[in-house]
Design a protein around this ligand. Structure first.
Ligand SMILES: Nc1ncnc2c1ncn2[C@@H]1O[C@H](COP(=O)(O)OP(=O)(O)OP(=O)(O)O)[C@@H](O)[C@H]1O
Ligand SMILES: [Mg+2]
Length: 258
């Protein structure tokens, strides 16, 4: 297997690629087609009856365990794209597959979201009258996990983001960076395979931003979580293994940073 070359090439639904198996190419070499975790085909998202084209034909493959940054001007469609990947909204046209699930056809995506996705929103959306612990608990409530198991898991993740001493505080008593850490703990508590983070460092000073980013990268490395970050910050973008640039709802650049 060591000598195999991985062909990170987009396959299309109608093509007859056999993923995750080796085959011999025309040059006699052995090749391997890795199946993308996420595939988008000609994704279009329109708002206001087509007056606004937020996404205008996105084709994209993302592989398991990748760390990808998404950059582009304000209004270029970054949050819209992230919402599509998190199954928070459906495209107007096109196809999206994540982990073998057809996000356009599938009617009930709540289970998918709950099991696979950790979302860190542009505004962190914590519930003000719940404690840190209770905010982090929210994604676990529908899972049927025992109370004991839940407590252990929540304590572990609160420790991981360095907020042990704040676990009984409400969010309005916390700093912006601490709130963002709660949002990250909440996004990670159910061991998602994909973390989608929309400007996770946008409202923070550079030092706190760096802490948050290190935290996300540590989770990515430790658990092989696929990490997708939207950012305005070119420095942050360059930390990712791969950077995708969006303009007017289209991908204008897709490059590996090494
Ligand atoms: N719910 C909506 N209804 C109508 N238009 C929308 C809606 N959401 C987004 N848009 C429009 O779609 C386009 C893309 O918006 P999006 O929020 O994806 O941009 P963005 O790249 O995330 O920008 P920013 O960097 O400012 O967060 C914009 O023109 C925006 O005005
Ligand atoms: Mg946005």
């Amino acid at each position: 297997m060591d000598d195999n070359q991985i062909v990170n090439e987009g396959a299309y639904p109608d093509d007859e690629y056999i993923y995750n198996e080796t085959f011999i190419g025309e040059d006699g070499e052995e090749y391997y087609y890795e199946e993308p975790l996420i595939s988008l085909f000609n994704v279009v998202k329109e708002y206001d009856k087509g007056m606004v084209k937020a996404l205008n034909g996105i084709n994209l493959d993302i592989f398991e365990g990748e760390f990808v940054s998404i950059i582009g001007p304000s209004g270029s469609g970054k949050s819209t794209l992230l919402n599509m990947l998190g199954a928070l909204d459906k495209p107007t046209r096109g196809k999206i597959f994540i982990g073998g699930i057809d996000l356009v056809k599938e009617k009930d995506l709540s289970e998918f979201r709950q099991e696979k996705i950790g979302f860190v929103f542009q505004l962190h959306n914590l519930i003000p009258n719940l404690s840190v612990f209770d905010n982090v608990q929210i994604p676990l409530l529908p899972t049927g996990m025992s109370n004991k198991e839940m407590k252990e898991r929540i304590s572990e993740i609160i420790r991981a983001v360095g907020l042990e001493d704040k676990r009984n505080q409400r969010p309005n008593k916390l700093s912006g960076g601490q709130r963002q850490r709660v949002a990250i703990a909440r996004a990670l508590v159910n061991n998602p395979s994909i973390i989608l983070a929309d400007e996770p460092t946008g409202s923070l000073d550079s030092k706190t931003g760096e802490l948050i980013l290190n935290l996300l990268m540590e989770m990515h490395e430790r658990y092989n979580v696929t990490l997708i970050i939207v950012t305005h910050d070119n420095g942050v973008a360059a930390l990712a293994e791969r950077t995708i640039k969006i303009k007017e709802g289209q991908i204008i650049e897709d490059k590996y940073n090494y």
